[in-house]
Write a protein that binds this ligand. Sequence first.
Ligand code: MLT
Length: 329
Amino acid sequence: MQKTTRRGIAAYGLALLAAPRLALGQGAAFPSRPITMVIPFAPGGPTDIVGRLMAEAMTKEIGQPVVVENTTGAGGTLGAQRVATARPDGYTVLLHHIGMGVIPTMYRRLSYDPVNGFEPLGLVTEVPMTLVTRKDIPANNLAELVAYMKAQGDRFNLADAGIGSSSALCGALLANAIGVKPTVIPFRGTGPAMQEILGGRVDLLCDQTTQTTEYIRAGQVKVFATPSRHRIATLPEIPTTTEAGLPGFEVTVWHGLYAPRGTPAPVCARLTQSLQAALREPRIVQRFAEIGTAPVSQADATPEAHRRFWTADIAKWKPVIEATASFAD
Ligand code: MLT
């Protein structure tokens, strides 16, 4: 039998101390505390709705609370900056949308790297948009709305969530297609913007079905078209903008999950695993369907597919943004 020496005991103790660190290095011990999911827009809006559903489902799967933090302002760039500059340990993640595809071109000056500052973890969903107005707008179809907007000039106002948001992208492309310059009223998200539409204080909002479905069904807003290639399965009565006589632009809002650049690969893999499990959850599938969307396929909920899609989206929007004067920052 080997004689136990003091040096042997010390070496054994050191090995024990090293074990948890090794496990953490391999990703096995992650996560050991709550994870913050940053949503770059206001509570109650479309990104928040998707993000909170995902946070709830990921919490169940990953065994630690995934808590939502709304870091709002500057068209979603402040929330993105918060995550790009966070410690890359997997405890701060970002749920962002199409803004990740347009911000690199729209903003010339940012205090974070809008492309290389992140590790994409997987796509989440794609959401159609709808053009909605206050209920008492004197127009009953898109042609009448266009005529009204032209007649009103800058007395017509349009809400959005700031340059970099999907509502701003869609609103600017709409104004461009019509050839009008409405007054733009920016909010920290379309959640608060929708309250102004419901209150009749703002005229138009281009927003995602994840928020608008409820108000369209309740007749609390007027809906004119969807800027999508196809009609929305859950709201089939709404024409596409092309069908309604305004071709030339399409916006669909994709969402993805990100970690800060430099997050260890095993930690990213664990987050992707949790994202994929959440997207398979029956409650997510059902709730997404009720608000006009669906989870992406498991093949698209991967870092590789996410990076490919994101890179292609930046390239797709670059010429469109450069040709649209109202996007200058
Ligand atoms: C939100 O969550 O408020 C919207 O997604 C912002 C936007 O218009 O893109």
